[in-house]
Design a protein around this ligand. Structure first.
Ligand SMILES: O=c1ccn([C@H]2C[C@H](O)[C@@H](COP(=O)(O)OP(=O)(O)OP(=O)(O)O)O2)c(=O)[nH]1
Length: 204
């Protein structure tokens, strides 16, 4: 079934996403396999990326998602593993209200090889998901949790003989040095700057 066939209703349990081809000769979005999470997005134009270069590439597609959904532009693992090509902003977020052409922000992370992708090449994949819209409620204290403020490697890093679950002996939270202004326990809940940065209005 064509992904853009307007006469075929969505089967039960499947969300209907309206698709407009801004470039009618291009394919997509197409699920390569029935159980794939992502539908392939293709390049609307040729693009050549030297080592470290990036480009915003059109896909020839615009969509209308139902309210309560978003679509996420993810890299393709084959392009990433074979050529080092991924997305600068992975995953890119396509809002339900966005009606413009979906674009892909590609980057060539390879240090020496230039890659040329051709119009019609599959450059990314689109994952449609239900998303919650939160009500952000400001509080003075957050409820306790097992993790607490530990993060950024607090469970022991990446080695198989990790120290996961071993409490630090220095009385710290185990997360090592503070990482940026937003990593502290008070950020987000107590600091005025954090509130402003989070867009939380006083009294909201
Ligand atoms: O990889 C992406 C990411 C975003 N978009 C489109 C859809 C999305 O709804 C819109 C805005 O994206 P985002 O909110 O990430 O951009 P922003 O930098 O916050 O810009 P804006 O001020 O327009 O929201 O751009 C894409 O086509 N591809």
């Amino acid at each position: 079934m064509s992904a853009t066939d307007p006469t075929t209703p969505a089967p039960p349990g499947r969300v209907e996403v309206l698709v407009r081809r801004t470039d009618p000769r291009l394919a997509g979005p197409v699920y390569a396999q029935p159980s794939d999470a992502g539908a392939d997005l293709v390049a609307a134009s040729d693009v050549t990326l030297g080592p470290g270069e990036r480009a915003v590439v059109g896909t020839g597609l615009a969509i209308a998602l139902p309210e309560g959904y978003a679509a996420f532009v993810h890299p393709r693992s084959g392009l990433a593993a074979r050529y080092g090509v991924t997305l600068v902003n992975a995953p890119g977020t396509v809002d339900a209200g966005y009606r413009g052409e979906i674009k892909v922000v590609l980057i060539n992370t390879d240090r020496s090889e230039t890659i040329t992708l051709r119009r019609g090449d599959r450059i990314a994949q689109l994952v449609v998901q239900r998303v919650e819209h939160a009500v952000f409620r400001e509080v003075a204290e957050l409820p306790d949790s097992v993790r607490g403020v530990g993060g950024f490697g607090s469970t022991g890093g990446f080695g198989s003989g990790s120290t996961a679950g071993v409490a630090p002996t220095d009385g710290s939270d185990g997360s090592g040095a503070e990482v940026g202004a937003g990593a502290g326990a008070g950020a987000g809940a107590a600091g005025a700057t954090g509130r402003e940065a989070a867009g939380v209005r006083p009294g909201a």
